[in-house]
Design a protein around this ligand. Structure first.
Ligand code: ADP
Length: 558
């Protein structure tokens, strides 16, 4: 890196001196206008801590030093042609660029880049239009800056919610496009966002614009004198995913191979009736039986949505901080956890689900669900109106019908200055696997001084086991322990054949290393594609452990 002068960013891009950087900034200002360029010069650009006002330059939930994962500048293009021009400029200057849509991405690194000093590409600031909501086809076409809250409000304002619902993750402030290409999940029947996307428009690292699937077939009425991104697309782009030939979409998810500028997403038709519910299970060991009950019901679609089986401390944390429940500074014991569960009228495990459809359908489903879970001694059944004081049930009642919330993250305040990492291994929907993952993750959490806070999110044939490692970001010792804990868990899990579905910037290399079948054949394939599409390695180097040939992978390890 070059020598620092006044006006230099806190961190220059690797191998770029301040003269070259200033030159780059001038050139990029010519593209997007200087009002859309911020050089991260002052420490006051750091220090943001609130989900409601998220940082666009660093990781708010930093597990390393706050100023490690930080951009040199943030650039916000106004349209697709500017994104293309920025890609070409970054190639010319060999400057790494890290796209994000909203940059909330809490627990995974926020808006921050993997390589310190990368240029952040703020796709959401200006490119935030809902381009289409099609009622008959039940889909939307979105730009990166559209949040779940935006899309929901659009349906409400246009009186469309009696026709269409969206699916939302726990928090509604993120980008629909960003969350979907990261393969985030929600909790309605459309909870697997990636499964429900249809059609991408992508700027490749060299600036080429691609439409995937049916989008590759031009609309016969399109005016070919318009720039490609403005040409009306094929009418089936959002209706049929695969088009013809190899299906490319996958390489643009969790990927460093393109900047996604438009995405189609299927919406759920309003099912004509809805009822959320909570089933509380009193004993820790009920986990095994519960998961055995869930498997056939879920794969058989009697459980219609993506339900969750939550450990009581997750719910407790949404409803109060740790001090409210305990003055001990040791991980809570089983007796203390039982006491909390009793206070809150909850079980040790709490199952949140919903029924969809007109009354006869819901009643039939509910009979089966209730009879199945009634085989667990002490199981109790509630509807939201039975438990007005249960804040979690009230939030889930909205979430499971696609109404976004910003309240669920309350659990991060379990500790003062709370921040979190997610450890999220995939589990079989089997009692044995669930119990083994729970026991391992709880034991390790406690070894490192943390309470176990977690939930099983039940997909069609697997569970995303989400362990929330909450730590005090202002306590260096706790940060270190949280980091060591997750590193330990990744290795422990790999030994059991368990792998994570997504991770924080600081853990990408380690997890990528566990997916190493046949001498890292998959990584070699990923590297081959990366080097072919991005020979100078400018787009999101290091993302998900994939390093372009222009980087020495070892030198960048953390
Ligand atoms: P959130 O929706 O939670 O705010 P982000 O916008 O921060 O999420 O996106 C999360 C991650 O997804 C980014 O760090 C980046 O790796 C990837 N990403 C987001 N938007 C795009 C995009 N438009 N093109 C390519 N990658 C993207």
């Amino acid at each position: 890196a070059g020598t620092r002068k006044t006006g230099d960013p806190l961190t220059l891009p690797p191998g770029v001196d301040s003269e070259k950087f200033i030159d780059f900034i001038r050139r990029v200002e010519d593209i997007v206008d200087q009002t859309n360029v911020t050089v991260i010069t002052k420490a006051e650009h750091l220090g943001k801590e609130s989900y409601l006002d998220p940082s666009k330059v660093h990781d708010m939930y930093h597990v390393l030093d706050e100023d490690y994962f930080v951009s040199s500048a943030v650039v916000a293009p106004r349209n697709v042609r500017e994104v293309q021009a920025i890609m070409r400029l970054c190639n010319e200057f060999e400057i790494p660029v890290w796209p994000f849509s909203i940059g909330r991405n809490v627990g995974y690194g926020g808006a921050a880049p993997r390589v310190p000093g990368s240029v952040g590409l703020d796709m959401g600031r200006n490119m935030n239009k809902i381009l289409d909501v099609n009622v008959d086809g039940a889909y939307a076409l979105l730009e990166p800056g559209v949040t779940f809250v935006d899309l929901h409000e659009y349906l409400v304002k246009n009186n469309l919610r009696d026709r269409l619902w969206i699916d939302v993750p726990d928090l509604g402030g993120g980008s629909v496009l960003g969350n979907t290409i990261e393969r985030g999940v929600g909790y309605t029947p459309y909870g697997d966002h990636w499964m429900m996307h249809c059609g991408l428009e992508v700027v490749l690292p060299d600036g080429t614009l691609v439409r995937t699937g049916m989008g590759a077939l031009p609309d016969p009425d399109a005016d070919s004198s318009l720039p490609p991104d403005e040409q009306p697309a094929n009418k089936a782009w959002q209706l049929f995913n695969y088009g013809f030939g190899p299906y490319n979409d996958g390489i643009f998810s969790q990927s460093s191979l393109g900047v996604v500028v438009k995405m189609g997403i299927w919406l759920m038709t309003n099912p004509g009736g809805y009822q959320s519910y909570l089933i509380t299970l009193p004993r820790d060991e009920d986990l095994h039986q519960a998961v055995e009950i869930i498997r056939p019901l879920r794969v058989g679609m009697v459980l219609q949505n993506v339900p969750t089986l939550r450990h009581v401390l997750l719910d407790a944390a949404v409803m109060g901080d740790r001090k409210k429940y305990s003055s001990s500074d040791k991980p809570l014991t089983d007796a203390e956890i039982d006491k909390i569960a009793a206070e809150l009228n909850l079980g040790r495990w709490n199952f949140y689900g919903a029924l969809y459809g007109p009354p006869p359908i819901r009643e039939a489903m509910w009979q089966v669900v209730k009879a199945s879970f009634s085989t667990i001694p002490g199981a109790k059944f509630y509807f939201p109106e039975d438990m007005p004081e249960n804040k979690v049930l009230q939030i889930r009642d909205g979430t499971l019908q696609g109404i976004p919330s910003l309240d669920e993250l309350k659990w991060v305040d379990w500790l003062p200055n709370g921040a979190h990492l997610f450890f999220s291994p995939i589990a079989k929907v089997s009692g044995e696997d669930a119990v083994a993952q729970y026991q391992l993750t709880r034991r390790r959490s406690e070894e490192f001084g943390f309470d176990f806070i977690g939930t099983f999110v039940v997909g069609m044939r697997e569970m995303h086991h989400i362990v929330c490692i909450v730590f005090n970001r202002k306590d260096p010792e706790q940060r270190k322990n949280a980091f060591k804990l997750i590193q330990t868990l990744i290795d422990d899990a790999a030994k059991m054949g368990w792998g994570e579905y997504r991770t924080h910037l600081a853990l990408m290399d380690q997890i990528a290393g566990t997916y190493n079948f046949n001498d890292n054949a998959q990584m070699k394939l990923n590297e081959t594609i990366k080097n072919a599409l991005d020979p100078k390695g400018i787009l999101a180097p290091g993302k998900n452990g994939i390093w372009p040939k222009s980087y020495d992978k070892k030198a960048w390890s953390i």
